[in-house]
Write a protein of this length. Structure first.
Ligand SMILES: NC(=O)c1ccc[n+]([C@@H]2O[C@H](COP(=O)([O-])OP(=O)(O)OC[C@H]3O[C@@H](n4cnc5c(N)ncnc54)[C@H](O)[C@@H]3O)[C@@H](O)[C@H]2O)c1
Length: 364
């Protein structure tokens, strides 16, 4: 397949599809934009026209049956990720599925099983793993510069950032959860990925729903539906104990009474610490018995890793995936346990040695 163009299709022609997937796949010389699908055919037609895509569908099964595709992006609401991804895999198509991989670990595991049966590739759209800062940090930590890691903090907190009150994002059946499954999936993932996705021992915490009544806390540019359903959390705060003995604090909010929005990952080790706060990377360590702060100057003109090029390289030449489907199962398993801990109001333990397979999830 090395000299062949990848025949690409997109399913779910919404805002993320255009901003992220089409804008990037269209720039790759070895990718041909072949087909686009949305149940709202007007959405598909609009993007087809803009990106010069010849084949427009209102049904993804039809698209995947009629077109000989090599790769699809799945950019629909979360509850459709497993159904569509497994169908695409059954048709021999590689899948770039948006985060979260699915609405829970059982659904996510179905994607992994389908991938294993077909030998095709699945990547989760975890774009925060692909920033220059994340690429640098991953290497820095792997090289052992932090020593033994004992504490991690991760958060993405917004003052007014509900992604459309009353849309599918705030409907549990469509999204699987609220801010934890929307933003937690990005930044808890980033923190755990950077430290090598260690096995969790237990998780505890609480979800809150404090802003479902108000129309004033939508994210800029997101209108929302005043009569729509809002039955998910707008804040999620928790704590993970890892088998290594290290601990993880996390907080996520779509809306909260804070001064400013903030994204952060902080990792503390015996030899050094790092922080990535609102995209700014810093390293804290010691030199000659003196505390030093280091501000790495990554060249913004050089992109160390491109999510879309990376996935096409994985398909074409077997490059190892940075965000494989198995990592999506790992994260959904932690999130399932977190939601259960919140419901029970007590810590929920993972079965030792089996963090990457389904455990309690089936009984939640
Ligand atoms: N990685 C990121 O940074 C990022 C950012 C935003 C959204 N996302 C993810 O992308 C996905 C889509 O989010 P969005 O903000 O684009 O939502 P959106 O509501 O703007 O778009 C979803 C689209 O899917 C279409 N759709 C619904 N059912 C369909 C079906 N059966 N077949 C085909 N199309 C169907 C809808 O009509 C809509 O056009 C979500 O999973 C979300 O979590 C990821």
């Amino acid at each position: 397949m090395i000299n062949k163009k990848i025949r690409y299709g997109l399913i779910g022609a919404g805002s993320n599809a255009e901003r992220k997937h089409l804008n990037n796949y269209m720039t790759l010389p070895n990718v041909e934009l072949v087909a686009i699908c949305d149940v709202n055919i007007e959405n598909a037609k609009r993007l087809a026209e803009k990106y010069n895509i010849q084949n427009v569908y209102g049904n993804y099964e039809e698209m995947l049956t009629n077109e000989k595709l090599d790769l699809v992006s799945v950019c629909t609401p979360n509850y459709l990720h497993a159904e569509i991804s497994t169908y695409a895999l059954s048709k021999g198509v590689n899948v770039h599925c948006e985060k979260p991989l699915a609405i829970n670990a059982i659904e996510a595991q179905k994607i992994v099983d389908a991938k294993n049966q077909t030998g095709k590739k699945v990547m989760v759209g975890l774009n925060n793993r692909f920033t220059n800062e994340a690429v640098f940090l991953k290497k820095y930590i792997e090289e052992g510069y932090l020593g033994e890691i004992y504490q991690v903090k991760a958060g993405w907190i917004r003052r007014s950032g509900i992604p459309g009150r009353g849309t599918w994002f705030t409907n549990k059946d469509c999204a699987g959860g609220g801010v934890m499954i929307d933003l937690g999936v990005h930044y808890l993932d980033l923190a755990l990925y950077l430290i090598g996705m260690p096995e969790p021992s237990y998780v505890t915490g609480s979800v809150h729903q404090n802003f479902s009544h108000t129309t004033t806390r939508n994210r800029n540019g997101y209108k929302g539906n005043p009569n729509g359903i809002f039955n998910v959390e707008d804040a999620a705060i928790g704590f993970i104990g890892l088998q290594t003995g290290a601990t993880v604090n996390f907080e996520f909010s779509w809306a909260s009474n804070i001064e400013q929005d903030k994204t952060y990952v902080e990792i503390l080790g015996t030899k050094g610490g790092v922080s990535l706060i609102n995209g700014e990377l810093k390293i804290f360590s010691e030199l000659l018995d003196t505390c030093v702060d280091i501000s790495p100057k990554l060249n913004p003109n050089i992109k160390l890793m491109n999510e879309f090029e990376h996935f096409t390289n994985c398909i074409l030449s077997g490059e190892e995936l940075i965000a494989p489907a198995e990592h999506g199962v790992y994260m959904m398993n932690i999130i399932d346990h977190f939601y259960e801990a919140s419901r029970r109001k007590e810590p929920v333990f993972f079965e030792k040695g089996k963090n990457k397979v389904l455990l309690l999830s089936s009984s939640f």
